[in-house]
Ligand binder design. Structure first.
Ligand code: AMP
Ligand code: ZN
Length: 114
């Protein structure tokens, strides 16, 4: 997707604060952090949102969750607690239409979310 911001970040065309990269995934710090740790984990493959996932993406989604765990340990938030969040569609506040998993932690969070 040539005009997708997160494809450009994954390709290195748009700079970001990279925290991890694998063959299939890219993780970088959110530009407007909502917690002391706020990392976005994305598949390098352009997938618009949760509804666009297909059975061939099953492995990738599992890899994202495992990477979230690794990063939570590296950030020191594994014991205190963290969230992994996907905003899907307008009501949920999705602003960038390349699926991304927010990894949030380092402060007490409320439930339900706003
Ligand atoms: P969402 O509302 O779930 O679509 O989240 C999009 C997230 O992308 C927001 O938390 C933004 O702060 C973040 N964001 C937007 N542009 C950039 C960028 N260039 N680098 C890092 N994070 C970004
Ligand atoms: Zn994209």
């Amino acid at each position: 997707m040539s005009d997708c911001l997160f494809c450009k970040i994954a390709n290195g065309v748009v700079p970001s604060q990279k925290v991890a990269e694998t063959d299939t995934l890219f993780a970088f710090r959110d530009i407007n952090p909502q917690a002391p740790t706020h990392i976005l984990i994305i598949p390098k493959k352009h997938i618009e949102n949760n509804l666009s996932l297909t059975p061939e993406d099953k492995l990738t989604i599992g890899e994202i969750m495992l990477l979230a765990n690794d990063l939570a340990v590296k950030e020191g938030i594994d014991k205190s607690g963290f969230r992994v969040v996907v905003n899907n569609g307008a009501d949920a506040g999705q602003a960038v239409f390349h699926i991304h998993f927010h990894l949030l932690g380092g402060r007490i969070m409320l439930w339900p979310p706003g």
